[in-house]
Design a binder for this molecule. Structure first.
Ligand SMILES: Cc1ncc(COP(=O)(O)O)c(C=O)c1O
Length: 373
């Protein structure tokens, strides 16, 4: 057989490899503290809806999911025409790129950012224009404004950010919106934080907010996301939408919205767990956690070991998954991220991190070790 790679598009061959090793593990056998998932099961109503027979399964679902779209519209206090439902917010990323990006068009990506924005942009022939962050991963608003060119189409803001957990302020976002480009704010984690920019949609026609049921709603296994934006931009994106949400999924998402009180209680527990993790990590010499408005905490390693090292040791010796960050443009091997779990999982993870850091200090070759002894 001839080499099949010659048929593959160059952007695919050159693309950053997603770390597929993570998916070869039997994940249920580990403490999963690496993928920013929610450790709590979805609401009892959701579990019940899954076991009930949904009528009309013999019929195709409606692409626009009118019932779910209406429910989301009332959840976000907007009109149904301001809402687009999709099968996961990852699909929204593709949708944004296919609606706005032609080859050589530019999108401004303040770093660090959620990697699929970069890979999906490049896969369409678009050009990422990176802007480095200010200290503590704050957005460099002036830097972003200076980065626009005649080819700029999009500005991508992930807030609360994955991986940093930082959230942009309303005044900073408004400054960017005033530039007039399509501005995407990925709010996958907004329910864990103090910022929600949905109220800006009626006045800011160039704003697209992308959200998901995967995080606070604890439905990552279901695949539902939604965009809210001006009627005009929703209309354009609907032209390109191929992300069908099936009838059962859309019914379950409706039920989850009805049970918002349960969701908020789980969010409260995650925020409590986040505070515990942050406080404990802050006390460990050589680790610097960053304040977070998401369900993950990014940690900088200011000691003589690396993110891949702590990830591998926690996995192999403690059966705990955390995430190293070399896959994220702008971060290096001195970072790792821990997802907030149940309190018991958080405590177990902190115990393992402490044991790892202690063992590193005992290693005679580490220069810092000698000083701290
Ligand atoms: C910022 C951000 N956006 C989108 C997603 C994807 O979410 P979904 O499960 O809806 O595809 C993630 C998942 O980790 C994320 O971190």
């Amino acid at each position: 057989m001839r080499d099949l790679s010659r048929f593959v598009r160059p952007v695919v061959l050159a693309s950053k490899k997603y770390n597929l090793d993570r998916f070869k593990l039997r994940r249920e056998e580990f403490l999963e503290m690496d993928a920013n998932e929610n450790p709590f099961l979805p609401t009892p109503g959701v579990l019940k809806a899954m076991t009930e027979t949904t009528p009309r399964l013999n019929r195709y679902p409606l692409l626009e999911c009118p019932d779910l779209r209406d429910k989301i519209a009332s959840f976000v206090s907007l009109k149904a025409d301001n809402v687009l439902v999709s099968d996961g917010s990852m699909r929204l990323i593709d949708l944004v790129m296919s609606t706005f990006i032609d080859p050589a068009d530019e999108a401004i990506l303040p770093l660090p950012t959620y990697t699929p924005y970069e890979t999906r942009l490049i896969s369409r022939g678009g050009k990422p224009v990176y802007v480095d962050p200010k200290p503590n991963f704050r957005w460099d608003i002036e830097g972003i404004r200076k980065a626009v060119t005649s080819r700029t189409k999009l500005i991508i803001i992930v807030s609360p950010n994955n991986p940093s957990g930082a959230a942009i302020s309303e005044s900073e976002l408004k400054e960017l919106l005033n530039e007039g480009y399509i501005t995407v704010v990925d709010e996958a984690y907004f329910l864990f934080g103090d910022h929600d920019f949905g109220h800006l949609v009626p006045q800011e026609r160039n704003l697209i907010i992308a959200r998901t049921f995967s995080k606070a709603f604890g439905l990552a296994g279901l695949r539902v996301g939604y965009a809210i934006s001006s009627e005009e931009l929703i209309h354009y994106m609907l032209q390109m939408n191929v992300g069908w949400v099936d009838r059962i999924t859309s019914r379950i998402a409706e039920v989850a919205l009805d049970d918002i009180g349960y969701v908020k209680e789980n969010v409260r527990r995650i925020i409590e767990g986040r505070k515990y993790l942050f406080d404990e990590l802050s006390r460990i010499d050589g680790l610097r956690p960053f304040p977070s408005e998401s369900n993950g905490i990014l940690i900088r390693i200011e000691a003589d070991f690396t993110g891949p090292e702590i990830m591998n040791t926690l996995r192999d010796q403690h059966h705990i998954l955390v995430r190293e960050m070399t896959n994220f443009t702008g971060l290096d091997d001195k970072y790792f991220r821990i997802t907030v779990g149940t309190m018991q999982q958080n405590m177990q993870t902190i115990g393992a991190v402490k044991e790892f850091v202690r063992s590193k200090r005992m290693t005679p070759t580490a220069p810092q070790t000698a000083q701290s002894r």
